[in-house]
Design a protein around this ligand. Structure first.
Ligand code: UGA
Length: 449
């Protein structure tokens, strides 16, 4: 919405949320925004209170809107039918109910949240039933439902939005399709705007994420084979990526994919396949998730095995807790599983991350058992890498923050207890810098050097 407000100054964009604290953060005088996203702050600074507004006044905002984007979260259900696989649509549903209640004229409703196929049907049903309850003296409300899933990635959101590979708009109402398309055409060439059916649009979004996740699990499976066979996964990636049919993106082996989308969308596909009786297709996609779980587990096991099966009372420094660089998002971060495994095995952990806050990590790692069970290790947070490394037995690089590429490994090595190891789970450090150092190096997809 910040990008739409920037590209279309004559359009008034209003963001509404029930969460007062969040809205207050978006409106804060010192621009302490609730998310860290490169290049977002300047856009908010420039357009806020001009044509970009943040408010909790849901009724008023719906009243005056011509187009409404439903952009609420759709997490995996934790209970009830489809628990562990299907998306929980309660926020989509309550948004649709609010729109049904407060809309006054013809309103275009755009499904922006990632949703299972045929969710638009649910939205349509709720919206059309609103006239049954409405005041008969008023003209009936009318709605057009479109699907326009979002393909931006965190950390590169603004550039992805400014220059997308494509924009997808699904729907049947040609006037509504044209209206939304014209907004995007303000900065995106028309040939990059694809018009499809509602169901194709919804499924295309899930499929794009499933294919991206599948590539990561594929290269991670190969990384384990490289470590055993003496090959280097980066050389393999480069060689296969040069084949224009394969392409060179999303071939970086790492600690497993994280983020709020890949696992959730894969689970959704698995659920849909099972729902339609396609068990082989369901098993195929489920394997992408299982491989991802295995990649995280095999890395924590490998660290523990390096210390002859026990990391109890060892000091281990974690470099990066975010699920990828340039974001403070920790949802499904592989760091969570790996750190939890090490804590379970009694390690004392020092976590460093340039953007993630200590509070955020505490919410994830601190549970009751941890406080009671004395065999479980303790964790501390620091923004000072030297404190994290002092006396450490191992460093585990989990997020590919640029500042980690510039570290003086010789200096850090001198601070550590010997023998010491760096586990580079992103495979990004320059091996030549380790020649002559006492710091041993393990790289994903290559093994010990
Ligand atoms: C992903 C998709 O890339 C977006 O197109 C999509 O819009 C978004 O989900 C969504 O559905 O909202 P995002 O989760 O923000 O975006 O980040 P990605 O860059 O896709 O990274 C996901 C995970 O895969 C990260 O943990 C990252 O470190 C990992 N990854 C990525 C690898 O391990 N190797 C790679 O080569 C690329």
């Amino acid at each position: 919405m910040a990008v739409i407000s920037e590209k279309c100054p004559e359009i008034k964009v209003t963001l509404v949320d029930l969460n007062e604290k969040r809205i207050a953060e978006w409106n804060s005088d010192d621009y302490q925004l609730p998310v860290y996203e490169p290049n977002l702050k300047p856009l908010i600074k420039k357009n806020r209170d001009k044509n970009l507004f943040f408010t909790t006044k849901i009724k008023e905002a719906i009243n005056e809107a011509d187009i409404i984007f439903i952009s609420v979260n759709t997490p995996t259900k934790t209970r009830g039918l489809g628990a562990g696989y299907a998306s929980d649509l309660k926020w989509v549903e309550s948004s649709a109910r609010s729109i049904a209640k407060y809309a006054q004229k013809h309103t275009i409703v755009v499904e922006k949240s990632t949703v299972p196929v045929r969710t638009a049907e649910l939205i349509k049903k709720i919206l059309t039933s609103s006239n049954l309850e409405s005041d008969k003296t008023n003209p009936p409300k009318t709605f057009s439902v479109l699907s326009s899933p979002e393909f931006l990635a965190e950390g590169t959101a603004i550039t992805d939005l400014e220059n997308p590979d494509r924009v997808l708009i699904g729907g049947e109402d040609t006037q509504a399709l044209e209206k939304l398309s014209l907004i995007y055409q303000r900065w995106i060439p028309k040939e990059k705007i694809f018009i499809t059916s509602l169901w194709s649009s919804e499924l295309a979004k899930l499929t794009a994420n499933a294919f991206l996740a599948q590539r990561i699990s594929s290269i991670n499976a190969i990384s384990s084979l490289c470590e055993k066979s003496g090959a280097d996964v980066r050389e393999v990636s480069k060689a296969i990526g040069a084949d224009s049919r394969i392409g060179n993106k999303f071939l970086n082996s790492g600690p497993g994919f994280g983020g709020s989308c890949f696992q959730k969308d894969l689970l959704n596909i698995v659920y849909l396949c099972r729902h339609y009786g396609l068990s082989e297709a369901a098993d195929y996609w489920e394997q992408v998730i299982l491989l991802n779980e295995w990649q995280k587990r095999r890395i924590s096991n490998l660290i523990i095995e390096t210390f002859f099966g026990t990391v109890s009372s060892k000091k281990i420094a974690i470099l990066g807790f975010a699920f990828k660089s340039n974001t403070n998002d920790t949802r499904y971060s592989p760091a969570i599983n790996i750190v939890k495994d090490l804590l379970e095995n009694g390690a004392n952990i020092y976590i460093h991350d340039p953007q993630v806050s200590e509070n955020q990590i505490a919410l994830i790692l601190d549970d009751q058992n941890r406080k009671i069970d004395k065999n479980i290790g303790e964790w501390k947070f620091t923004r000072d890498l030297k404190i994290a490394c002092k006396g450490a037995d191992a460093l585990v690089l989990l997020t590919e923050w640029e500042e980690y590429l510039k570290l003086d490994w010789s200096e850090l090595s001198d601070l550590m207890r010997k023998p010491s190891w760096l586990f580079d789970t992103r495979g990004i450090v320059d091996e030549s810098l380790f020649i002559g150092l006492t710091l041993n190096l393990w790289k994903v997809g290559k093994g010990f050097l």
